[in-house]
Design a binder for this molecule. Structure first.
Ligand code: PLP
Length: 399
């Protein structure tokens, strides 16, 4: 990274007078090529979106064909075959009957999920975790529990913060909170199936069972945020497929287009679709159901419907597990958490982005620890070599 003081645009999540940028020239497969010719193997899928590499020919071809088709933009109310087909495929991927609302990002998916659930239940409070990130728009930020929430909601919001699963494994405290606030006021839980950027916390099946039981007992709805975990990132089509839950709403974005188009979607259960048959759906976006987003999604479906993708994914998950398990007991390691091709290595001390860059790696840095979410389509030998380099940096660093 280099520091540029006077850019004519902002860099996100940074103090602008000391911001580090990555001067990039182009991408090849899963490798970024910087302006000075340095090559960085992307072990984090940029910020989780690049699940199919940085230059995927199948997704790009699908988008190029759409551009050549004379249907590159249209009215939000437009109906066309690609839109119909992609909605049906998404419904099948989620695994339950339902209906899709299209969005343009993860935050917009969360935003629309919250609005739809509040409108459809007539209730306004939302249960959410402290260790969570749901997006940077105001509604999504209200649900978010990390440092980005507080400056905007000094007097609180309609979010009720539930105890962390480790402090409430049988959900007794969560049950008490529900009684205290009144289930008649609580619309839904919103939960990332595996916490992404806030530390890859994989939650016990018994905790998820407890959440589903509370939903059933008190008629509280369940929104799962699959923005990071959707589209096979955890080894299954959706992260929630690992757990005994039946969500009412599923938020998707990022890998929905492999990151090649700003796009997202919300799956909603049939009872929500039924509600909006006779009630106005007060949600909309100019770029609703954008043909280029749909075309990118169509490319993603071409990839994930190919049995070769699943062979590659399985092989990469095996490599990932084997490499990370091998250092579990190393003196520098504090904890490793992972599911599928999503993981965090927590170690003593901190390792900077630049230390990984020096050895040719692009790694998502979470408070000095490495969050890994490599492209699912990466060449296994490339993944193996990249992880060896990463492990060397971590294990050889004097902490
Ligand atoms: C779990 C989760 N939900 C929502 C979002 C927001 O997505 P976007 O940045 O596309 O708005 C993110 C972004 O990192 C995320 O990790």
């Amino acid at each position: 990274m280099t520091t540029k003081m006077s850019l004519p645009y902002y860099i996100s999540w940074s103090k602008q007078n000391a911001v580090a940028t990555l001067p990039i020239a182009s991408n090849r497969d899963c490798t970024m090529i910087l302006e000075d010719g340095q090559e960085l193997l992307d072990l984090s899928g940029i910020s989780f979106q690049a699940g199919f590499g940085l230059n995927n020919p199948v997704i790009l071809k699908s988008m190029q064909e759409q551009i050549s088709s004379n249907l590159s933009l249209c009215s939000p109310k437009a109906q066309f075959q690609l839109k119909d087909e992609m909605a049906q495929k998404l419904i099948n991927l989620v695994g339950f009957e339902g209906k899709v609302f299209w969005t343009v990002s993860g935050a917009e998916s969360v935003e629309k999920a919250l609005k739809m659930i509040k409108l459809a239940t007539g209730k306004h409070k939302i249960l959410a975790r402290k260790r969570s990130y749901h997006g940077a728009t105001m509604g999504a930020l209200a649900a978010t529990g990390d440092w980005r929430h507080d400056p905007f909601f000094p007097e609180g919001s309609d979010t009720i913060r539930i105890p962390e699963p480790s402090d409430d494994p049988d959900l007794t405290k969560t049950r008490d909170l529900i009684s205290q606030h009144g289930p008649e006021n609580i619309a839904a839980f919103i939960i990332e199936t595996v916490t992404g950027g806030n530390g890859v916390w994989v939650l016990p099946t018994s905790w998820w069972q407890g959440i589903q039981d509370l939903c059933d007992e008190f008629d509280i709805k369940l929104i799962v945020d699959e923005v990071v975990t959707g589209f096979y990132r955890t080894g299954k089509a959706m992260g929630f497929h690992h757990y005994p839950v039946k969500p009412d709403v599923v938020c998707m974005a990022k890998a929905i287009t492999g990151g090649f188009a700003p796009f997202g979607a919300v799956w909603t259960a049939p009872w929500i679709a039924k509600h909006f048959e006779d009630n106005i759906l007060a949600c909309g976006l100019t770029n609703y159901g954008h043909p280029l987003g749909l075309a990118a999604l169509s490319g993603v479906f071409k990839l994930i419907e190919d049995p070769a993708f699943h062979v590659r994914l399985k092989e990469n998950i095996e490599i990932f597990n084997q490499k990370l398990n091998q250092i579990e007991n190393h003196q520098n390691i504090k904890a490793i958490r992972k599911l599928g091709l999503l993981g965090i290595i927590e170690h003593k001390g901190k390792i900077t982005f630049e230390e990984y860059q020096k050895v040719g790696l692009f790694v998502y840095n979470h408070e000095g620890d490495a969050i890994l979410s490599p492209a699912m389509t990466m060449q296994p030998s490339e993944l193996s070599d990249g992880l060896d380099k990463l492990i060397k940096v971590i294990c050889e660093k004097s902490m």
